[in-house]
Design a protein around this ligand. Structure first.
Ligand SMILES: C[S@@+](CC[C@H](N)C(=O)[O-])C[C@H]1O[C@@H](n2cnc3c(N)ncnc32)[C@H](O)[C@@H]1O
Length: 192
C-alpha cells in the first residue's frame, strides 16, 4: 500500500502525493490523438492531474473515481464518485481514458475496467490507455530505481515509485495506431 501523510485511496494511492504530481506530457499526447473538442471520460481521474489540462485544451470532460479524497481535489471539473467496474452511465463519450497503470491491474479487474470503457464509448470513439510495459518494470529493477510502491492494490501489478529518472513509458493510441513515448521521463517521482 502507499505510505505518507494524508489520505490513502482504496488502491493505495497517496492523495497528497498525487495532488503535488504534475502531468508528464500525457494530456498533450491524448489531445493530439483524438479529435478537437472530443468529449473525454477519465476512469480513475484522481486529482485531475491529466483531466484538468485536457479540459483546458478544450475538451468537455467527466472524471470518475471511487476516492472522495481524490475528488475533493477536483472542485473545478465535473466529476462523480463511482467504482469503475459498476459505472454504467446513460451517455457515451468520444474518448474514454484509462491512465496511469490501471490497465496493469490483474486480469479480472482489467476485464471489468475494459467493459466499462466499452460501455461508455461512442461507436467510433477512441479508447486511450496508458501502460507500463513489462520491460519498464524490469529496467527499473535493474537500474536499482525501485524504492517502494506508490499505489499497491491487492489485485494489481502496479509499477514502483522510483527515486530517479525512469525508463520511457508508452501510451498507445488507436487513432494513430502507433506508440508515443512520453516526451520526458518522470524524474524523482512516479505516476504509478
Ligand atoms: C494511480 S491513480 C491515477 C490517478 C490519475 N489517473 C493520474 O494519472 O494522476 C489511480 C486512481 O484511480 C482510482 N481508482 C483505482 N481503482 C478504482 C476503481 N476500481 N474504481 C474507481 N476508481 C479507482 C484511485 O482512487 C486513484 O485516484
Amino acid at each position: 500500500m502507499g505510505t505518507g501523510p494524508g489520505a490513502i485511496t482504496n488502491d493505495g494511492c497517496a492523495v497528497d502525493f498525487y495532488a503535488l504530481l504534475p502531468a508528464f506530457g500525457e494530456p498533450e499526447i491524448v489531445h493530439a490523438a483524438v479529435p478537437a473538442a472530443a468529449s473525454i471520460l477519465e476512469l480513475g481521474c484522481g486529482t485531475g492531474r491529466i483531466l484538468r489540462p485536457l479540459a483546458a485544451l478544450g475538451h468537455p470532460v467527466l472524471g470518475v473515481d471511487d476516492s472522495a479524497d481524490m475528488l475533493a481535489r477536483v472542485p473545478d471539473l465535473p466529476v462523480m464518485a463511482s467504482a469503475i467496474e459498476t459505472l454504467r452511465l446513460d451517455r457515451t463519450f468520444d474518448v474514454v481514458l484509462l491512465a496511469s497503470t490501471m490497465i496493469n491491474s490483474d486480469p479480472a479487474t482489467r476485464r471489468a475496467f475494459l467493459a466499462t470503457v466499452r460501455h461508455h464509448l461512442d461507436g467510433d470513439g477512441v479508447a486511450v490507455f496508458q501502460q507500463s510495459p513489462p520491460e519498464w518494470f524490469k529496467a527499473s529493477a535493474e537500474a536499482g530505481l525501485v524504492t517502494r510502491h506508490a499505489c499497491a492494490s491487492k489485485s494489481s501489478t502496479r509499477p514502483p515509485t522510483t527515486s530517479g529518472p525512469m525508463p520511457g513509458r508508452h501510451i498507445r493510441s488507436p487513432a494513430r495506431n502507433s506508440p508515443a513515448t512520453w516526451p520526458r521521463p518522470a524524474s524523482g517521482s512516479a505516476t504509478g
